[in-house]
Design a protein around this ligand. Structure first.
Ligand code: GRF
Length: 180
């Protein structure tokens, strides 16, 4: 799992698969040494790595040694092209909006929810997509929709979308694992 932030999606996977014979969270790889996700990894007895230089393909490939499926959640770095090539079709990312809208460079965290609210959209949601050489552009493999409610703020919308993420990501990971 590739992370940069608090790790609630990591927690959702740890909780969903803590005694699964099919899915094992083998390693947590962070682009930041202060990511809250590292504490969750420690509590879950999952080995963790902090990247010295996230743009270094060789370092990331070494950290991904023997990994079958790579899951990005809140990972704020562009994955080097050589790593994307190595894991083509088995590297996924979760994004807090209904792609292809509200994605791309700079569209992360509250920026996404502010843009959704500013657009007047009546729905938002979570998207899981394959990772390619660009932010948030790969093929969509799962989505869950949530309503945008009157009076929503970026925080209230983000909270509703995050709940949808925690339902969607374990479902997609289990489905993909069965097909690997
Ligand atoms: C999630 O909203 C995810 O969609 C986005 O970054 C956030 C990460 O949350 N890419 P967490 O670190 O899993 O709590």
């Amino acid at each position: 799992m590739l992370v940069s932030g608090g790790g609630t999606n990591l927690q959702a996977l740890l909780d969903a698969f803590h005694d699964s014979p099919l899915v094992q969270i083998a390693r947590v790889i962070s682009s930041r040494s202060d990511a809250g996700a590292l504490d969750r990894a420690r509590r879950g007895n999952v080995p963790a790595v902090v990247l010295r230089k996230p743009s270094d393909a060789a370092e990331l490939l070494a950290a991904l040694h023997e990994i079958e499926l790579v899951v990005l959640a809140g990972y704020l770095q562009l994955v080097p092209a050589a790593v994307v090539r190595q894991f083509r079709g088995r590297m996924i990312n979760i994004h807090p909006a209904l792609l292809p809208d509200f994605g791309g460079r700079g569209m992360y965290g509250h920026h996404v929810h502010e843009a959704v609210l500013a657009s007047g959209a009546r729905e938002s949601g979570a998207t899981v997509h394959l990772v390619d050489e660009e932010f948030d552009r790969g093929a969509i493999i799962g989505q869950e929709r949530v309503p945008v409610l009157p009076g929503d703020t970026p925080d209230t919308l983000a909270a509703r979308v995050l709940e949808a993420e925690h339902r969607l990501l374990p479902r997609v990971v289990l489905d993909l694992t069965r097909r690997l």
